[in-house]
Structures are given as structure tokens and as C-alpha cells.
Design a protein around this ligand. Structure first.
Ligand code: F0G
Length: 452
């Protein structure tokens, strides 16, 4: 059979409240043309993020009921620990409430003034935590990452030559660790190859540097390796995942992505001394080491979620459904970041509406049009998110359609593609925006706009 079906049946449903275009226009105006300010029940298909928005399985809900809520040494913690040990091979595992909590602890311990942290592309909370420690965050993507139409199979790769240059320039002593984000979220959800990870390991070994993963979407990355990398097709995804983690000295994970849960995070550390100091910080601000700011039920949900996410039927469906949406948009003539990423499709808004210059926020204009047309909620990743006084213009104006895990069906994706195609047909009518009010930092969450 050619059709890849959703490998699950639906046992519990959540109604979507239908709206019409006139109502949505009123809602959009009330929200200052910023979909972050729209109430979720006024959204038909919510593609704002794939983080914490997935559906849990019946087994995960069973774990929620079974959970042990003891303060210390809960059975749920040991199930969580065993699950992570089995998937990653790391013996030392800390739970945190989400990815950025792991990042905060890591960079409080390893960052600091004068240090430089290289990454293929820092996610915004990672960058913020590096900078909060006083260190500098340096992105070193391969050049293909900046070309939306380039179909490099591993566009998430870190530029190994650029890393060598950086080490020669600033000296290994100022680099506390090398980080790799799998998949590269800021760069289009693009995967990193095993060959790239092995090469980075070799560079790190030569200079005595630790290699860390931002492993939020490790299973999706491993699936791309199995599909695209020479000599990997025969390997079980679990083996590939294990090799990825074996190459690393540590990892931060937001379990809200490939942990298949609504809340939770993980910090993995190989070095016993670092682990001891991280445990102390965890107790200081998150919670005791056997719960890390979570309830026992959250640990149970993670223990199960990390096992389900490496099931190959799930990954085949997951990556295929993202590609399916990407192909439909391309067939309608819509420019996207190619090839389609793992968790999201990124529309190239600058090419979608070339009549709008960056200062009129083409991405935000497109986000608003998608909401008006079909009640879709998407996220601008361009001049609204990264611009502002004294900041360099971003390389791309993108709109991200992030797909929650196990939530929407193929007909929902057909609807999304139809909505985008209708907006594309009328793209010359898209109106630019100006900012009416905005805070100084992270302005995309709360800024209000007016149409030009
Ligand atoms: N690293 C990456 C690559 C991420 O995509 C995220 C979150 C984080 C770290 C932080 O994790 O939210 O659990 O603290 N990304 C979400 C998104 C918010 O929409 O892409 P967190």
C-alpha cells in the first residue's frame, strides 16, 4: 500500500469551534494583528508550535493514573530514568520542567563572560541563556542553510571548517562546549547528519572540548538519517539514536517535542562532577533530583513518550505528514524552505509577497492573512521576532507552520494547504503592517500592529 496512515485510532476528541471570515477579522483586529494575542478557542487549526501541543497515548494516560507522587525516590522517577537510560545510554539523568530550565543550569555551570558557544543555530531560549551567563552565542550553519530553495539533505549541519576557524581565532580555552541542535529549528527544522556529528566529535576530541546536543527533536533527526544518509537505511532508528547520544558528552532536551508530552525536560551529563553541580542547582531552583519541578505523573508520561517516539511506524507517519503539507504548498506555487523539515513547514514570506519590504513585516502580514482566510494560527520568524532597534536584519522572512504530534489528520492538512493556496492567489492584495506598541525584548509575543 502506498498510503501511509496515521498509526493510531482516536479515542478522545476535542471540538474545534467554527468561525467565519467576518468574525475572524474582528478577532484579529481586537488582537492587534498578533495571533499570540488571539484566544486559542478562536483558532481552527493551531500551528503556532509543536511544543507541548501533542496528544498523549492511552498508555501515557494510564501512566498518569499509576504515578507515584512521593517527594523523594518516587517509582515514577525510576521509570523515567530507566526509559531515558535505555534510549540515550546516559547513566546520569536529571528531570527539569522544560528545555530552557536544562539550558539555564547548563550555561550557569559552563557559560560566563569571555566564553564563546558555537552551535549550528541557537534556538532563541538557548541563545538567551548563553547570553544571560555573559557568554557569546555564535551560529555556524553550513552556507546552504541560508538558501531556502537549496535541497541539501542535511541542511542542519554545523560548518566544521568554520568551527575550526573559530577555535583557531578565539582559542579552545574560551570555548566551554560545542553545541548542535538536532533538528535545527531556527534553520527550518532541518536535520544534522551522522557524518557531521562524527566529524564534530573528532574536532572536539582534538581540542579537548565537550560536545553537547540540543536534542529536542532527536527522533525526527534520526529518522532523516535513516532515510537520507548512505549506509543507514538498514539500521533500526533506536540504534541511530543511540549512536547520536554516544557521540555526545551531554544534552538538553525539551520533552515537549519528541518526549511526546505537554510539559517536561531532561538534562543529560556524562561528567560526574558536572552532574553533581547540576543536581545542586536543580534543587536550588527546580526541585529535588527525583522530580525536577514536575509531578510524578509528568515523569510517567515522559517515560512512556520517549519509548513511543522511536517507533518507526510513528516516525514514518510523522515525517511523511509534514512532507505531504510541504508538497501541497509547493504544488500550489508557494515558496517554502526546502526540503520540508521534520516538525514544520516554513513559508518564505519574502518571496511570497515581494511587494512588502522587511520594515512592513511580510511574515506577519502573511500570518494575519492565514488567520483571516481559514482560522490558521502560524508564527512569524523574521523581522518581528528578530528585528528591533540596534539588531541586524534577519537573513530570512519566514512563517512557520509547526505541526503538533498526533493531533491533526490528513484532511486538516488538506484544509491548511487550501487556505494557504487561496491566500497565495490573492497575494498582491496583502497589506503591510506597522508596530503600534511593542516591548523592548521578545516583542513578537505582545506587540500590537496596525495595517498600512
Ligand atoms: N531548543 C529548541 C531547538 C527548541 O525548539 C526549543 C523550544 C527549546 C530548546 C526550548 O524548550 O520551550 O521546553 O523551554 N521550542 C518551541 C518552539 C518553543 O515553538 O519551537 P522549552
Amino acid at each position: 500500500m502506498k498510503t501511509i496512515i496515521e498509526p493510531f485510532r482516536i479515542k478522545s476528541v476535542e471540538p474545534i469551534r467554527m468561525t467565519d471570515a467576518a468574525e475572524r477579522d474582528r478577532i484579529l483586529r481586537r488582537a492587534g494583528f498578533n495571533p499570540f494575542l488571539i484566544h486559542a478557542e478562536d483558532v481552527l487549526i493551531d500551528l503556532l508550535t509543536d511544543s507541548g501541543t501533542g496528544s498523549m497515548s492511552a498508555q501515557q494516560w494510564a501512566g498518569v493514573m499509576r504515578a507515584d507522587e512521593s517527594y523523594a525516590g518516587a517509582a515514577s522517577f525510576y521509570r523515567f530514568q530507566e526509559s531515558l537510560q535505555a534510549i540515550t545510554g546516559f547513566a546520569q539523568v536529571l528531570p527539569t520542567h522544560q528545555g530552557r530550565a536544562s539550558e539555564r543550569i547548563l550555561f550557569e555551570l559552563m557559560g560566563g563572560p569571555g566564553k564563546v558557544v558555537p552551535n549550528n543555530a541557537h534556538f532563541d531560549t538557548t541563545r538567551a541563556n548563553v547570553e544571560h551567563s555573559g557568554a557569546e552565542a555564535r551560529n555556524l550553519p553550513i552556507p546552504e542553510a541560508a538558501l531556502p530553495a537549496d535541497r541539501h539533505p542535511f541542511k542542519g549541519n554545523l560548518d566544521v571548517a568554520a568551527l575550526e576557524t573559530l577555535i583557531a581565532e578565539v582559542g579552545a580555552a574560551r570555548i566551554p562546549l560545542v553545541m548542535v541542535t538536532i533538528t535545527n529549528n531556527s534553520g527550518g527544522g532541518q536535520p544534522v547528519s551522522l557524518a557531521n556529528l562524527r566529524a564534530l566529535r573528532a574536532v572536539c576530541d582534538r581540542h579537548g572540548l565537550p560536545l553537547f546536543l540540543d536534542a529536542c527533536r532527536f527522533a525526527e533527526n534520526a529518522w532523516f538519517i535513516k532515510q537520507r544518509e548512505e549506509g543507514q537505511a538498514h539500521r533500526p532508528v533506536r540504534d541511530i539514536v543511540r549512536e547520536i547520544f554516544d557521540l555526545a558528552d551531554g544534552a538538553t532536551i525539551s520533552a515537549k517535542k519528541d518526549g511526546l508530552v505537554n510539559i517536561g525536560g531532561v538534562l543529560l551529563l556524562r561528567d560526574p562532577d558536572l552532574f553533581r553541580r547540576a543536581s545542586e542547582l536543580l534543587i536550588l531552583t527546580e526541585g529535588y533530583v527525583t522530580y525536577g519541578g514536575l509531578a510524578g505523573r509528568d515523569l510517567e508520561a515522559m517515560a512512556q513518550g520517549f519509548q513511543e517516539v522511536v517507533e518507526e511506524d510513528y516516525l514514518a507517519y510523522r515525517i511523511r505528514s509534514t512532507a505531504y503539507l510541504g508538497e501541497k504548498l509547493l504544488a500550489a506555487g508557494i515558496p517554502i524552505v526546502e526540503p520540508p523539515g521534520g516538525h514544520a513547514i516554513y513559508i518564505d514570506a519574502a518571496a511570497f509577497c515581494p511587494q512588502l519590504p522587511p520594515e512592513q513585516f511580510p511574515g506577519q502580514a502573511l500570518v494575519c492573512a492565514l488567520y483571516r482566510q481559514g482560522g490558521l494560527r502560524a508564527c512569524e520568524i523574521g523581522s518581528v521576532m528578530f528585528g528591533g532597534e540596534g539588531r541586524p536584519a534577519p537573513a530570512m522572512e519566514l512563517v512557520r507552520l509547526a505541526i503538533p504530534r498526533r493531533v491533526y489528520t490528513q484532511s486538516h492538512m488538506d484544509y491548511v494547504a487550501e487556505c494557504a493556496a487561496e491566500v497565495f492567489a490573492e497575494r498582491r492584495r496583502l497589506r503591510g503592517l506597522r508596530i503600534v506598541e511593542a516591548p523592548a525584548v521578545l516583542r513578537h509575543f505582545t506587540a500590537r500592529f496596525a495595517e498600512l
